[in-house]
Write a protein that binds this ligand. Structure first.
Ligand SMILES: Cc1cc2nc3c(=O)[nH]c(=O)nc-3n(C[C@H](O)[C@H](O)[C@H](O)COP(=O)(O)O)c2cc1C
Length: 357
């Protein structure tokens, strides 16, 4: 499949997954091996774990970063290792906004002031400070600089993390964006649009720009940024105009219909409204969803998903399939599926997150 100037060998992507194994933000040799193993396992497109664009948006020092020149050699080696195995790789650019390790019961080692559109992590949940216009400009410049650094390291593109209730999504969601200036609603899309434009300007044509979006938020699974196709269209169209090449539609179950009265999932709606390729994701080949309310950390194999995925591809619902936990359990997920071995996939268990292999 072609993505702008990028040729992908198949439609299998590795979903971005934070592993918190970086050394003061610098990717390690173990991380390079971990990604290279998934590339050697046949994956077409690797999307890295979320990577911090600046200190205010950095979850913690164990999360890798794309700011500071000291990170360039390590990223360059990691990207070269992945390319050597025939996969493309894009970096997921992440700014946490009004979120920090303290929200999930951990210590915030960076001790920075957390910035967001209105100083709200969720409705009725104040956290950190509301961004001043200069903070907004600074964040946009940080994204652009991180993308330029990614390009210098040899990445094939970047994915803006516009999902799950972090900074970019905090602008998109009316409940966390109470601003009355041009970045507020009903045009809450302006921040995301300016990010895309700034990244395009910093990297030039041909560098893939993906955008990950979701209805659900880390702190609210029932949240919605688009209640109907018209609202979804108002989100994706300006992003296409700004230069997005690929949309990653983050759902916890890839097959679920998005709007009442129509069987199509979010990836299919975004594809038809944007005219751009989309990635479907969520529980691929697994029988328990990510962040399942049941709290189950073990997920068995659901091999018949392969038929559902083929059906979705044939209907033109999505172009790529991102695999998360099942690819942690099976670095060679893509090879196994190509060989018709879905039934032999290893189950996922939360304990696998403790090490990087
Ligand atoms: C350990 C872990 C870390 C994750 N970190 C990120 C992240 O950094 N960025 C992101 O957009 N999604 C993140 N996700 C969500 C995944 O990209 C994916 O959407 C989710 O796991 C559903 O796919 P799956 O059911 O195939 O695992 C993470 C998921 C897991 C399991």
């Amino acid at each position: 499949m072609r993505l702008g100037s990028l040729a992908l060998r198949n439609r299998v992507a590795m979903a971005p997954m934070t592993r918190e194994m970086a050394a003061d933000g610098v990717p390690t040799a173990d991380m390079a091996r971990y990604y290279a193993r998934r590339a050697a396992g046949g994956t077409g497109l690797i999307i890295t774990e979320g990577v911090a664009v600046d200190r205010a948006g950095h979850f913690g020092a164990s999360v890798p970063r794309l700011y500071g020149d000291d990170v360039l050699p390590a990223w360059t080696r990691l990207v070269a290792d992945v390319h050597a195995h025939g996969a493309a790789i894009i970096a997921q650019l992440w700014h946490v906004g009004a979120f920090s390790p303290s929200m999930v019961g951990m210590t915030d080692s960076l001790e920075v002031e957390r910035l967001s559109p209105s100083g709200l992590a969720a409705p009725g949940r104040p956290f950190g400070s509301a961004m001043l216009p200069a903070d907004i400009d600074g964040a946009i410049q940080a994204f652009a600089a991180a993308a330029a650094l990614a390009q210098a390291a040899g990445f094939d593109g970047v994915e803006i993390h516009g999902a799950h209730g972090y900074l970019v999504d905090q602008f998109l969601w009316q409940e966390t964006n109470r601003r009355s200036d041009a970045y507020g609603h009903p045009h809450g899309i302006r921040f995301a649009v300016e990010l895309v434009r700034a990244i395009r300007q910093a990297t030039g044509p041909g560098f893939a720009i993906g955008f990950r979006l979701s209805q659900w938020k880390q702190l609210d699974y029932a949240a919605r940024i688009a209640a109907d196709p018209r609202e979804l269209s108002a989100l994706v169209e300006p992003l296409v105009d700004a230069g997005v090449d690929l949309f990653h539609c983050s759902t916890r179950r890839f097959w679920e219909p998005e709007f009442a009265g129509d069987e199509r999932p979010l990836s299919a709606w975004v594809r038809s409204l944007s005219g751009r390729p989309t990635i479907a994701v969520g529980s691929v080949t697994l029988d328990v969803d990510f962040k399942s309310p049941s709290g189950k950390r073990h997920a068995g194999t659901q091999a018949d998903h392969i038929d559902w995925l083929e059906d979705g591809l044939a209907r033109g619902w999505f172009d790529l399939v991102a695999v998360g936990r099942a690819m942690i359990a099976n670095p060679d997920w893509a090879h196994r599926i190509a060989c018709g071995e879905a039934n032999g996939l290893r189950a996922f268990d939360g304990a696998m997150l403790k090490q990087l292999d």
